[in-house]
Design a binder for this molecule. Structure first.
Ligand code: N2P
Length: 362
């Protein structure tokens, strides 16, 4: 009798554990990259509970993906990192039969992502944006004059100009594969070059303004810009617009603007993907399909100020977003955007080494 009771309890406990696991989805996404109610709505619609963790660096995500057994069901790499990770067998092919909302996606944008993931077999576009400059308009006018037009990387990369801004705080993304190409672009070099000498020249330029940089970080600048604690940031488009919105909401007198420098900028795409060892691939597919719902994805864009890849959602996106050239670049700006470069392992090591030196000022 006692034996039977115990086995029954074990069976019940095991069933409970399996069921609990079936109904939990582990999402790992960028910080400040989803609407306030998206997760809540997903759970309400599907009964699937979500644990939601965040990162602010492709390098951090990549380390977890390459180590394996991350426990995550959905992650959001940028296409260049994504391609290399697909090569390492990190992601499972998507089951299109579980993704009917794929029909909502923009074919031209998906074709762009397919350059990194043949046939879009492993991922769908989540959001995209550019890496440009966020700045405090009053702080710039005060230091560089009312007539100074912020339209160039010179604000950060010209040592004399950035020296004048240093006191109010300049930050840079801690993202070497985005900052070094921007520096190379400013120098007139090909930002997509994997040539060691070009990367070294980019690193030398960043090093030359190192003393003017308060910090390298990829998420703190949102609130710091909004609060007036820094005045210039090389950052991601939507993050800068979120800073602008936070300042406006706080009515603290801080006015933030975003510019895609005239020399050019990186246009990046982040994709939703499922690790090959995801514990709950069914729930992962349900989540990705849910994100591709036109209303859900429009809500996210309206909250985070990043463009999405969902053509059918565009009519639900606020006009102040669709009409902003910092979010939807003009044709002229588009001509100067470059796409992410996929670096081989050797170049990647070079970049890491150069970046460590730049950051530590050695
Ligand atoms: C959101 C970061 C955007 C992702 N905070 C950059 N690829």
């Amino acid at each position: 009798m006692k034996f039977r009771l115990t086995t029954t309890l074990i069976a019940l406990a095991a069933a409970g554990a399996v069921q609990a696991q079936d109904n939990v989805l582990h999402v790992y996404n960028w910080s400040d990259y989803i609407a306030e109610d998206t997760i809540e709505k997903f759970t309400a619609a599907t009964g699937i509970e979500v644990t939601y963790d965040v990162y602010d660096s492709n390098e951090v995500l990549e380390a977890k993906m390459l180590a394996g057994s991350s426990g995550y069901d959905v992650v959001v790499p940028t296409t260049d990192f994504f391609q290399r990770q697909i090569g390492a067998g990190v992601y499972m092919p998507l089951d299109r039969s579980k993704l009917p909302n794929l029909a909502n996606m923009d074919p031209a944008l998906m074709a762009g992502a397919a350059a990194y993931d043949a046939n879009n077999d492993h991922g769908v576009i989540y959001m995209w944006g550019t890496t440009g400059i966020g700045y405090n308009t009053a702080a710039v006018a005060e230091r560089l004059g009312e007539d100074y037009e912020v339209d160039s990387w010179a604000l950060v990369f010209d040592p004399e100009i950035s020296a004048k801004m240093a006191d109010c705080g300049i930050s840079m993304l801690d993202a070497p594969t985005e900052i070094l190409p921007a520096a190379m672009n400013y120098l007139g070099l090909d930002p997509k070059s994997s040539n060691k000498a070009d990367l070294e020249a980019g690193a030398a330029l960043v090093a030359s303004v190192r003393d003017n940089i308060r910090y390298f970080h990829s998420s703190q600048y949102i609130s710091d810009l909004a609060n007036g604690d820094i005045c210039v940031a090389i950052g991601w488009s939507g993050d800068v617009f979120q800073a602008q919105a936070r300042a406006a909401e706080a009515e603290n007198g801080v006015e933030i603007a975003y510019v895609i420098p005239k020399e050019g900028a990186l246009q990046w795409f982040d994709v939703l993907a499922i690790p090959a060892d995801a514990p709950n691939p069914d729930a992962a597919h349900a989540f990705i399909n849910f994100i591709m719902d036109v209303q859900i994805t429009a809500d996210i864009t309206n909250y985070v100020w990043y463009a999405n890849g969902n053509a059918a959602s565009m009519s639900l996106v606020d006009e102040e977003i669709t009409s902003d050239p910092g979010i939807f670049p003009t044709e002229a700006a588009k001509a100067n955007l470059w796409a992410s470069t996929v670096y081989d392992a050797r170049t990647d090591r070079t970049i890491t080494r150069l970046w460590t030196r730049v950051k530590t000022g050695q």
